[in-house]
Design a protein around this ligand. Structure first.
Ligand code: HEM
Length: 134
C-alpha cells in the first residue's frame, strides 16, 4: 500500500473511532439524558463520519487501486495536497465548535478547504481513470 493511502486510511480509522464514540455518547444521552451538552457533538459526529471516515477511506483506497504507469501513480503531490486540505478542513470544523466566536468563518474556511481537497484529488485521479490497456 502506498504511503499516501496509509495516511488516508489511518486518518479515516481515527475519525471512525471518534465519530462512533460521539454517536454512542449521544445515543446513550438520548435514552438516559445524563449530560445534555453532549448534543454539541452532533456536528462533529456528522463531520467525522462523512468527511473524515467515508470520504477519506474512499480517497485512500482509490489512490491505491486506480490504474498506474509501472509503479507511478500520476501527480502524487496534488494527491498529498488533497489529503492535507481535507484534514485541514475537518480540523477547522473541530476548532469552530471550541471557538464559537469564530465559528462562521471557520466553518466556511473548512468547507472551502474540503472542497479544494476533493477537487485536488479529482485532478490527480482524472488521468488515471481509463480502460485497461489504454
Ligand atoms: C458511517 C456511520 C454514520 C454516519 C455517516 C452518521 C451520520 C449521521 C448524520 C448525518 C446524522 C444527522 C441525522 C439528522 O439530522 O437527521 C447523525 C445523527 C446521529 N447519529 Fe450518526 N452516523 C453514523 C453512525 C452512527 C453510530 C454508529 C451511532 C451510535 C452508536 C450514531 C448515533 C447518532 C445519533 C445519536 C444521532 C442524533 C440523532 C438525533 O438527532 O436524534 N451514528 N448521524
Amino acid at each position: 500500500m502506498p504511503r499516501l493511502s496509509v495516511a488516508f486510511v489511518r486518518a479515516a480509522m481515527l475519525y471512525l473511532l471518534a465519530g462512533f464514540t460521539f454517536g454512542a455518547l449521544m445515543l446513550a444521552n438520548k435514552g438516559l439524558a445524563f449530560y445534555p451538552t453532549l448534543w454539541r457533538l452532533r456536528p462533529l459526529h456528522i463531520e467525522f463520519l462523512i468527511f473524515g471516515w467515508t470520504l477519506q477511506l474512499i480517497m485512500g483506497v482509490a489512490f491505491w487501486i486506480l490504474p498506474r504507469w509501472q509503479d507511478r501513480r500520476g501527480n502524487e503531490r496534488i494527491a498529498w495536497l488533497s489529503w492535507l486540505l481535507l484534514n485541514l478542513g475537518i480540523l477547522m470544523a473541530v476548532v469552530a465548535t471550541i471557538a464559537p466566536d469564530f465559528a462562521p468563518a471557520l466553518q466556511l474556511s473548512g468547507r472551502i478547504c474540503e472542497t479544494a481537497g476533493v477537487l485536488a484529488f479529482a485532478l490527480h485521479a482524472w488521468p488515471r481513470i481509463k480502460p485497461l490497456g489504454a
